[in-house]
Design a protein around this ligand. Structure first.
Ligand SMILES: [Zn+2]
Ligand SMILES: [Zn+2]
Length: 349
């Protein structure tokens, strides 16, 4: 067992505080990673505050992990000490079910998520990336290109793949008109990817202060979604809309903007349901509302490689871990451009 320090919540009302725990000794197929940076995902806050009702404490959050390999098990061939690597939202799955066979481990019934999930090796819960090191099976470790700034890669492991996967699955590309709803951690990655894939990209936001940034990040147009005249101009105009907003809101305003057979894809998970959508909006033009959950390991690697080729990373603000509780409050106020990333050197000194 290996002594590790992290930051944990001890109940749903407590701030994150320093926490000592142990990682398992390496099995033959394990990789030990010295964590250098970890992104702060909105779902960390949902889980720390038990807003999805499944939280187990103490909880060390963090599933946007990048670092360097510090040790490898005897049968690890894919990684060597010193490699730059990442770990996202999953650390294991069954490997044999139809979902795993199709490289869609995120849908495996036995998928193990990176934290707040039962740990089959040690009992208790998996502990995440707000910590100095992690031990993960090699099949769930990803290569990171040394062309990219490591801290700015961290958010790709959740915010990146969550937006890349649906854009690829629904085959967004040149000639498509694509909407991105919300400019936060997910939305800013959605803009970059949709732009890089060659689509005509429209950002929907309620905040006029975000117009300029939206254009800088890849939007061809910005629509203020609370101005109905601006929304009216885009009726039945979109092939695909990616809705990244997790606060409950009406979906009808967006389904009305889809062309025949257009798709509204939801990737934000609200703690209370959205209002029931208008069925008429769906059946009259055979439109559909779909959801998407991160991406499989193979596709996550493809996304990281795509980012290396296209020089795409996240826009980040680096913080020491001692500022994490303040950072949570700022995320809730959308006061971050566009992802906080914890520099774990602050936990080692
Ligand atoms: Zn996340
Ligand atoms: Zn499986």
């Amino acid at each position: 067992m290996q002594k590790t320090i992290g930051y944990a919540a001890h109940n749903q009302n407590s701030p994150l505080v320093p926490f000592n725990f142990e990682r398992r000794d390496l099995t033959a197929t394990d990789v030990q990673i010295e964590i250098l940076y970890c992104g702060v995902c909105h779902s960390d806050i949902h889980q720390v505050r038990n807003e999805w009702g499944n939280s187990v404490f103490p909880m060390v959050p963090g599933h946007e992990i990048v670092g360097k390999v510090s040790q490898v098990g005897s049968k690890v061939t894919a990684f060597k000490i010193g490699d730059a690597v990442g770990v996202g939202c999953m650390v294991n799955s069954c490997r044999v079910c139809p979902d795993c066979q199709d490289h869609l481990e995120q849908f495996c019934n036995a998928a193990e998520f990176t934290y707040n999930w039962p740990d089959k090796h040690l009992g208790g819960s998996h502990y995440g990336g707000y910590s100095t090191q992690i031990v993960v099976d090699q099949d769930f470790v990803l290569y990171v290109s040394d062309k990219l700034e490591l801290a700015a890669v961290a958010p790709l492991l959740c915010a990146g793949i969550t937006t890349y996967s649906p854009l690829r699955h629904w085959k967004v590309g040149r000639g498509d008109k694509v909407g991105i709803v919300g400019l936060g951690g997910l939305g800013h990655m959605g803009l970059k990817f949709a732009h890089a894939l060659g689509a005509h990209v429209v950002l929907f936001t309620t905040n006029p202060a975000k117009i300029e940034d939206g254009k800088r990040l890849g939007a061809d147009e910005v629509v203020l979604s609370n101005h109905s005249d601006q929304m009216q101009q885009h009726l039945a105009g979109f092939d695909f809309i990616l809705d990244t907003v997790s606060a409950p809101h009406s979906l009808d305003a967006y389904t009305a903007l889809l062309k025949r057979d257009g798709t509204l894809c939801l990737v934000g998970l609200p703690d209370h349901p959205h209002p029931s959508p208008s069925v008429g909006n769906l059946i009259f033009k055979r439109r559909r509302i779909v959801g998407s959950l991160i991406g499989g390991i193979q596709e996550t690697q493809e996304m990281l490689d795509f980012c290396a080729e296209n020089s795409i990373t996240s826009d980040i603000e680096i913080i020491p871990i001692q500022q994490i509780n303040e950072a949570f409050e700022r995320v809730l106020k959308s006061d971050v451009k566009y992802r906080f990333v914890i520099d774990l050197a602050s936990l080692k000194s």
